[in-house]
Design a protein around this ligand. Structure first.
Ligand code: SF4
Length: 66
């Protein structure tokens, strides 16, 4: 099972909490909104990627295991 993450940018309000918790997965653009370089999360980053997603106040990060 691999973890994929997706940021629903229309929901993101730019709090930056996800990037604070898991900077290797969640990046912030010039305006402070989150994006990911790749939706595929390495196994090393899984725990903090999930933690970052669960901390998002806007529930803007979707996690998919497949
Ligand atoms: S925590 Fe949520 S609202 Fe904040 S930057 Fe990340 S995705 Fe956007």
């Amino acid at each position: 099972m691999t973890l994929h993450v997706k940021v629903e940018r229309e929901k993101c309000c730019g709090y930056g909490i996800c990037a604070e918790i898991c900077p290797s997965v969640y990046k912030l653009d010039d305006q402070g909104f989150a994006y990911v370089d790749t939706e595929l999360v390495s196994s090393d980053d899984e725990d903090s990627a999930v933690e970052g997603a669960e901390a998002c106040p806007e529930l803007a990060i979707v996690l998919v295991r497949s």
